[in-house]
Design a protein around this ligand. Sequence first.
Ligand code: UD1
Length: 421
Amino acid sequence: MERLVIHGGKRLSGTVKISGAKNAVLPVIAATLLGQDKATCLEDVPNLDDVRTISEVLKTLGVKVNHDLAKKELTVDASNIENVTAPYDLVRKMRASFLIMGPLLARHGEAKISLPGGCAIGTRPIDLHLKGFAALGAKIDIGHGDISAVAPNGLKGARIYLDFPSVGATENILMAASMADGQTIIENPAQEPEIVDLANYLNIMGAKIRGAGTNVIKIEGVNKLIAHDYTIIPDRIEAGTYMIAAAMTRGDVYIANAISEHLKPVIAKLKESGVNVVEDVDGIRVSCDRRPRAVDIKTLPYPGFPTDMQAQFMAMLTISEGTSMVTETVFENRFMHVDELRRMGAKIKIDGRTSVVDGQEKLTGCQVKATDLRAGAAIVLAGLVAEGETQIGYIHHIDRGYDNLVQKLVSLGADIKRVDN
Ligand code: UD1
């Protein structure tokens, strides 16, 4: 089994370039299913297992996909879709596979997908996606582990209120509604930068979407969307992870290609903790020459503190001065990193959705495992500062979402390698 082996204690310095965003590229790849007439070339596509999984899902539909890793370009030719069923073995690997349902329904009037899998960070229902499709006139049928949706006469625009601003549901409804008959209004949609990115991409293909990034999105359905090339936005969660790596190792790192506008709550909390953060148009410089101070964080939908940064920030709090409270409001089971951090000497108590972190002077290296993607990132960060050797197993979780993690960290001076035995 492959593992990461880290010898902690190295100060990180230099420049790291942020890759295209995992959570932006997955919906955009799903949206390529809507583009007709020619092939689409997506640029700045990260080298991630999740990208490979969604590419495989598209291939099972008869779509031609080619990822040129050297050029970071993914070409998708969806002029011909032969099949509207996504198989279980792919969908169970990655919940975001469910994002193909909106485009398939819009373009073909039918889709059949296994109930999704993904990281075990909560029950993660898909009721809001389905309510949205039903409001647009699709008939939904759940049975034998599959969800079928059909709209033989096409989708019809509707007013949809989301009980929770779900990122995936907003994206799926956005894609479905872009080719529905008439106007759709999504109230209380997710406002994440990845939603804006998807809307921008759909609009370039000919969609008529206004208000993405605000609390009401209006979509005027169009008959046809034409394939168009597109460049993916930088990954704010990858950027945030390197920002914390710089702070924890008392380093000095320039995070090139990071968009500070997308990272406001992370930057605010790092500054509150005494970390130096300097933003410019091309990136963010993070440096720290002392132990960070304890701060409280509470995850919320965008523009609140991102749940995808909670585990990494907690890793920093385990070595900060004082006691911090970390409250997770987005997912109900997102403290799986706590047990692993405790193995490394962290003092953390969990009370429901809140963890109380009592910052320690040091962590100690040991054998740990990545329990999900961001939990894996958190223990890598802990390993960078832990005394001695940290060995991390189950790293396939980390490969889902960090492009060239080992190479990037090594280039900043970390002692980390991948071993296979
Ligand atoms: C996306 C991100 C993920 C991030 C999450 C929240 C991608 C590929 N993944 O996941 O990295 O952690 O946003 O920022 O972009 N919910 C329902 N019903 C639904 C859908 C969601 O109750 O139909 C609940 C979920 O259980 C969860 C909350 O809403 O508690 C947030 O989920 P959602 O925003 O949908 O996350 P994802 O789109 O799955």
